[in-house]
Design a binder for this molecule. Structure first.
Ligand SMILES: [Zn+2]
Length: 237
């Protein structure tokens, strides 16, 4: 009898549920975690408030196969994902405005399609490049996140980073913010419609590097670059 047999005894597998998530819900439960069969269960897992199985009067939340480990939005329900150390016993979703739901959905689809590859990575790198060596996160990122927070995105008003000052945003809400910021910048560069914030201040060296990437990968974006990023050493226009 294998682990899947045991899992099936304990619980129905949710639509799109990952094998690891299902095994944990089975009668072997936490025991499975000690086995090499599901090493991903040793780290916190993502959960969506609407991804759940209802069985015999109880609710069970689960993790989907299709979510990337750094996912931020449920691709089925367009809801922000939560990072939990153990399967949650209660998970409530807030009531989001139709505008935010639309933005969550667009962001989830964009990430599922690979976050626009090299151009997306270049925008993320420029946005995260430190502007002051004494501050762990960049001013560009902090300013954009504040604007998201101000229009009721479920993100903190400023990035919260681990004490090590590591730029990898380990907090799930920071990860959501950074993904949303890069997505908006990408759309603004593509369409010229602008973001909802003033051009983000980055260091001249980073700006030149980004210009170089854009010249190489998508020359048409140069027209809109000035609305998205500006030289931090010069006063805003
Ligand atoms: Zn979901």
């Amino acid at each position: 009898m294998n682990a899947e047999y045991w899992a099936a005894l304990g619980s129905r597998r949710g639509a799109g549920e990952s094998l690891g998530s299902w095994l944990r819900a089975g009668p072997l439960g936490a025991q499975v975690v000690d086995e090499p069969i599901a090493p991903e269960l040793e780290v916190p897992q993502l959960y969506c408030p609407a991804c759940r199985v209802e069985e015999a009067g109880r609710r069970r939340w689960y993790t989907r196969e299709e979510w990337p480990t750094d996912g931020v939005v449920c691709t089925t329900h367009a809801l922000p994902l939560l990072l939990c150390n153990a399967p949650p016993t209660r998970l409530r979703s807030r009531h989001w405005s139709p505008i935010l739901r639309g933005e969550f959905r667009a962001l989830g689809e964009w990430i599922q399609q690979g976050s626009a590859g090299e151009l997306g990575r270049a925008i993320a790198r420029a946005t995260c490049a430190r502007s002051d060596p004494r501050v762990a996160y960049s001013r560009a990122w902090a300013e954009a996140q504040w604007h998201l927070w101000a229009i009721e995105w479920p993100v903190p008003a400023a990035p919260r980073l681990p004490a090590s000052g590591n730029l990898v945003p380990l907090h799930q809400r920071d990860r959501l913010a950074l993904s949303a910021i890069v997505h908006r910048l990408y759309l603004a560069l593509e369409t010229g419609q602008g973001t909802l914030w003033p051009a983000l201040p980055i260091r001249p060296r980073v700006l030149r590097w980004l210009e170089g990437r854009i010249r190489l990968l998508r020359p048409s974006w140069r027209l809109h670059l000035g609305r998205c990023f500006r030289d931090i050493t010069k006063p805003p226009r």
